[in-house]
Ligand binder design. Structure first.
Ligand code: NDP
Length: 321
């Protein structure tokens, strides 16, 4: 069992973690990134990416993450193929983390970039048709359904926002909800009901995603949650919007979180309540959840980490003098 020591320990290898690494490495913090269970994060399970600045042509999510990782390594980041299973931040800096491999990681600062994952329904066809008509992100994929017929599944703020967003591309959006009332904020509901491009299907659960002859989504199978009657709905695209789950299990009881499990930070900063521990990307952001915003907060975490260490080193030097 080895111990790996660094100025900057980063957990998570999506856009937030890798951006923190790029900035941290260039600031001389010789970061270690522990990649986690899904190296590269959520973008590795999407296909076409058209909204990440700097690329005129459509790029692929997995390719973008490979490039980000290569850039991080090029400037001096050490990537570790491991998953953190335990963490000790109780004594302040340095912070200790234990990997699934049994290795120990020690960092003067800790950057948490463990991300979040869209929740899925877990019904037949959903996984197989992911990227072929089934998506969990309208902002990412809505553009590919312009002029087509789409459905959104869910009844919270995300679902309503996604349905409204999709009307930029489609005149035929159906919101499918398992109950007969939405849980989203009233202002969003008002906008939804006022929008003639959106229709609603109440008390319907999607029980199956079915492909057409070309292998992409053709229709949804629905079951009425009150009567049990079954029906179908033909759509080109279906957006599952039933919430996201942040990957914060490791930090329960160790760092403050909101009721949905997102890490709480000082507003407008990546600072958690523990000095030297920073959170960036989807693990602390349930509102925007974009690769570009995650990368932005990753950069902020690295800049604040650098300031934290500079301040600490200065204070130590003063004490010694
Ligand atoms: P929510 O948990 O608020 O809503 C999830 C929705 O999905 C609910 O309507 C729920 O139904 C439905 N659902 C859950 N599981 C299933 C299932 N297995 N089958 C069918 N339907 C299911 O998640 P959101 O992502 O909408 O929001 C998360 C948080 O982020 C909230 O606090 C929200 O307010 C916030 N948010 C804020 C935004 C803003 O302020 N602009 C934008 C987006 C999110 P049911 O109602 O029956 O439980």
């Amino acid at each position: 069992m080895a111990t790996h020591t660094t100025r900057m320990l980063i957990i998570g290898s999506g856009p937030a973690g890798l951006s923190a690494a790029i900035y941290g490495a260039r600031a001389g913090m010789e970061p270690i990134v522990v990649q986690g269970l899904q190296p590269g994060g959520q973008l590795t399970i999407t296909t076409d990416v058209e909204n990440y600045p700097g690329f005129r042509e459509v790029i692929q999510g997995p390719w973008l993450m490979q490039e980000m990782q290569a850039q991080a390594e090029h400037v001096g980041t050490r990537m570790m193929w491991d998953t953190i299973v335990d963490i000790d931040i109780s004594g302040g800096s340095p912070f200790k983390a234990i990997g699934d491999s049994g290795d120990e990681y020690v960092g003067d600062v800790l950057v948490i970039a463990t991300g979040a994952q869209a929740k899925w329904l877990g019904v037949e066809g959903e996984h197989a048709l992911s990227g072929k008509g089934v998506s969990a992100c309208a902002t990412c994929d809505g553009f590919f359904y312009r002029g087509k017929k789409v459905a959104v599944i869910g009844g919270g703020n995300t679902a309503v926002e996604e349905a409204l967003y999709l009307t930029n591309h489609s005149d035929d959006v159906t919101l499918i909800h398992r109950r007969d009332e939405l849980r989203s904020e009233k202002i969003l509901q008002d906008r939804l009901f006022a929008n003639s491009k959106i229709s609603t299907l109440w008390n319907k659960a999607v029980t199956r995603f079915v492909a057409g002859e070309n292998g992409t989504l053709h229709h949804l199978e629905l079951t009425d949650t009150v009567t049990g009657e079954t029906s179908t709905l033909e759509v080109d695209g279906a957006f599952v919007a039933i919430g996201h789950a942040p990957a914060t299990e490791l930090f329960k009881g160790k760092l403050p979180m909101d009721e949905s499990g997102y890490l709480l930070v000082e507003p407008g900063t990546p600072k958690t309540s523990v000095p030297g521990v920073f959170a960036c990307g989807d693990v602390m952001d349930h509102t925007y959840r974009q690769a570009i915003t995650a990368a932005g907060t990753g950069c902020m975490a690295a800049l604040d980490a650098e300031r934290f260490l500079a301040h600490r080193d200065f204070e130590k030097a003063k004490t010694r003098a």
